[in-house]
Write a protein that binds this ligand. Structure first.
Ligand code: HEM
Length: 222
């Protein structure tokens, strides 16, 4: 496959094909997990899988394997990109702290609050991504223990139900916030096609991820 240009038609590449494929399949498997999980708790919701509890459970398990295995496969298949993303998530500087302090006032009055320059991921994106990773890991571990419940003390299995449900509630909240910021919030929604096309408008990159954008520009001039 031909390498995608970093700059193209006033846009800049944010996500290569591998990241977009991972994001799409991950989102799909998350939605299937959510639906089949809720249908198990409230059978009235199970119109799509009907009364067949085993079918619902099997679909839930298949989606769970996809949800957990896919990021791990990507980690092995694309170590450079995955390593760069994780390194970015683990980085934190004064501007990130300042960004977090100004986040709520900026959400209320985006025109009058100036946010400090950000790297490839904004401070809020880093916090949200770590919370997503931690919740997904807890959901996966508790899910595996619930799946293999016969070999595990009943009290531990009961706790795993609590961990599984609480982590999912937090993940749903993060998901709603994530979709709102990516697709609807006027000050950030200009990049909403980036997980489909890979690109964001340069103007958006200059404002939202200034340090990252300036770094790419400098590299391009070499
Ligand atoms: C319909 C559902 C979703 C939509 C529309 C959506 C949209 C997007 C968009 C537009 C971006 C790029 C933001 C940027 O330019 O930095 C993004 C990034 C990302 N998405 Fe999603 N997303 C969805 C679901 C999910 C789910 C279910 C997860 C994880 C469980 C997820 C995890 C991430 C992560 C970790 C990033 C990179 C960091 C960040 O931007 O927060 N997304 N998403």
């Amino acid at each position: 496959m031909a390498k995608e240009a970093v700059f193209k038609d006033g846009q800049v590449l944010r996500f290569p094909v591998s990241a977009r494929v991972l994001h799409s399949i991950h989102t799909l498997s998350f939605l299937v997990l959510l639906y089949t999980g809720l249908a198990r708790m409230w059978p009235d919701m199970s119109i799509l899988v009907g009364d067949d509890l085993l079918l619902g459970q099997t679909i839930h398990h298949i989606a769970a394997v996809l949800f957990v295995a896919l990021p791990l496969i990507m980690l092995v298949a694309f170590p450079k990109g995955a390593g760069r993303f994780l390194k970015e998530l683990a980085s934190w500087d004064k501007d990130d702290t300042e960004w977090m302090k100004k986040f709520i006032p900026w959400m209320i009055r985006p025109q009058s609050v100036k946010l400090p320059p950000q790297g490839e991921e904004k401070a809020g994106q880093k916090v949200s991504a770590w919370m997503m990773i931690i919740c997904a890991a807890l959901i996966a571990i508790s899910g595996i223990l619930m799946w293999t419940a016969q070999n595990i003390p009943a009290v531990l299995v009961r706790w795993m139900y609590v961990v599984h449900d609480l982590s999912m509630i937090i993940l749903i909240f993060l998901g709603i916030m994530h979709i709102y910021m990516a697709m609807l919030f006027p000050a950030t929604r200009r990049g909403r096609m980036s997980m489909v096309t890979g690109y964001v408008p340069e103007e958006e990159a200059k404002h939202g991820w200034k340090k990252w954008y300036d770094g790419l520009k400098k590299e391009g001039e070499k």
